[in-house]
Design a protein around this ligand. Structure first.
Ligand code: ADP
Ligand code: ASP
Ligand code: MG
Length: 463
């Protein structure tokens, strides 16, 4: 059995959906289960409706609801010719538009878009796209069966960032998805959305469809997880910064996990963990270019000759600097610092320490003021925002000490706020000002991937 996840751009219009259908058709022999995202941009529009409703911006809300409605009606017109399902889908779209309007009214009466309401709204994106895609598959000769992910993706009640309750998801996913597979159907379901045990709609975090697909794939023991997107695979850098970023043909679970954690949007950060657990290969492929091989993410075979694999960056970072007020070595200084991080549930992305000082890069600053008050009991504390973490990832970095020199010479002229070396042996990370992301990533890419004197990049790994 196979998991196939199609992201927003892969289902953005009827031409894209027809491409998806051809891709799924070519795999029906391998018993696919299909996860889809909302059509590109729709999740953002729905969340905007939540904000605008709280601000009583009724006409802008009406405008957005009308846009969402007509976009999906248009999809039905273009993809579905059989009268009965066509009318059924149009009716459903009207009902959903009506429900969206009701939710918007409730938000404007309350004057606040709660996370419960935001999730209820956001979920309509996937609910709309999936029902149209499932029917379009039927029209094109695939026996498809629409499954509501809220039947099986049972989560806690941390709305907008809900966490799947694994044992329940596993049991329910088997019930909901394996039966249609056994009956020779292709289940079509939604990524990103779930529900609490009390059946209240949740979402598992932006970009979470990848995680939905990988998690269920791992629970059902899929032979392969395919993530179909709008680029040729995982690339050597964000293509919006580096136009000639190279496709990586093969990378390890650890490399992909590290990259996604440090900001490469192509994979949600949690995607790789379930695949590692069951050792399931993950392919990242381009739905606009399906004959191209994409990227295979799997366990390393130790034979990869490449040094650096890719460059990622994470924006909106704040650097917190702490100097122990006790002036000389206090063995419990770090313990006290991290106890505060722990108490506030704030993740330290990168850390550098000396005997009496520590710098910590964070992106969650919700509790920073309270944390500073606590730090002041034992340290002088300052913070600066507008920073970014850039990191170079590759399993073989550890075996190539010369790489550090190459990286930092390439960054000549760029102010580096902090360096983290060796914590994870497959990642060299450093903090720069946000304005320097682009020149830094470009300079590094040139040095590591496109400067002719610097490679021999192995052909089995890079295009
Ligand atoms: P989807 O809607 O299919 O989930 P996303 O927009 O979430 O797609 O992720 C794909 C995008 O990730 C690409 O269009 C690309 O701009 C961006 N991206 C950032 N870093 C990388 C990278 N290293 N490799 C590939 N894509 C990347
Ligand atoms: N539609 C959701 C989002 O835009 C989930 C996803 O696409 O993965 O965040
Ligand atoms: Mg995505």
């Amino acid at each position: 059995m196979l998991i196939m996840k199609f992201g927003g751009t892969s289902v953005e219009d009827s031409a894209a959906i027809l491409r998806v259908i051809e891709i799924v058709k070519s795999e029906t022999g391998r018993k696919p289960i299909v996860f889809v995202s909302a059509c590109a941009g729709v999740t953002n529009q729905l969340l905007k409706i939540a904000l605008l409703s709280a601000d009583q911006k009724k006409s802008e809300v009406d405008d957005l609801i009308a846009k969402i409605k007509s976009r999906h009606e248009h999809l039905v017109d273009e993809l579905i010719s059989t009268e009965l399902p066509k009318n059924y889908l149009k009716g459903k779209i009207s009902v959903y538009a009506h429900e969206i309007r009701n939710l918007s009214q409730a938000i404007s009466i309350l004057g606040e878009a709660t996370n419960v309401a935001r999730d209820a709204l956001a979920a309509y994106g996937e609910r709309l796209s999936s029902m149209i895609i499932a029917q379009a598959m039927e029209e094109n000769g695939i026996k498809a069966s629409l499954v509501d992910a809220r039947e099986f993706m049972i989560t806690n009640a941390s709305y907008t960032q809900a966490v799947p309750i694994l044992n329940i998801v596993e049991r329910k996913a088997k019930e909901s998805l394996l039966t249609p597979v056994e009956q020779g159907c292709v289940p079509v379901t939604q990524g990103f959305i779930g529900a609490t045990e009390k059946k209240i709609t949740t979402t598992i975090g932006r970009g979470g469809s990848d995680y939905s697909a990988a998690l269920v794939g791992s629970m059902l023991g899929a032979e392969e997880i395919q993530i179909w997107t709008d680029v040729d695979g995982v690339l050597s850098a964000d293509p919006s910064i580096v136009g000639d970023a190279r496709r990586i043909k093969k990378m390890t679970f650890n490399e992909a996990s590290e990259l996604s954690y440090f900001g490469a949007r192509v994979l949600h950060p949690l995607t790789i963990l379930p695949a590692i657990e069951k050792d399931i290969p993950v392919y990242v492929r381009n739905s606009r270019n399906p004959s191209y091989g994409g990227t295979l993410i799997a366990k390393g075979d130790g034979k990869d000759p490449s040094v650096a694999k890719s460059i990622a960056y994470k924006e909106h970072i704040t650097l917190v600097n702490l100097v122990s007020s006790r002036m000389f070595l206090a063995h419990d200084f770090l313990e006290e610092v991290f106890a505060v991080f722990n108490n506030y549930g704030t993740i330290a992305h990168t850390v550098a320490t000396s005997e009496v000082s520590v710098s910590v890069a964070v992106d969650d600053t919700t509790n920073l003021e309270e944390m500073k008050n606590e730090f002041e009991r034992f340290a002088e504390v300052s913070s600066s925002n507008g920073k970014a973490i850039i990191c170079v990832v590759g399993e073989n970095l550890r075996n190539n000490p010369g790489i550090v020199g190459r990286i930092f010479s390439a960054l000549d002229g760029i102010r580096i706020n902090m360096i983290s070396l060796g914590a994870s042996e497959i990642n060299i990370g450093f903090v720069v000002d946000e304005n320097d992301i682009e020149p830094a990533v470009k300079a590094l890419h040139k040095e590591l991937f496109s400067n002719p004197s610097s490679h021999g990049l192995p052909k089995e790994i890079f295009d």
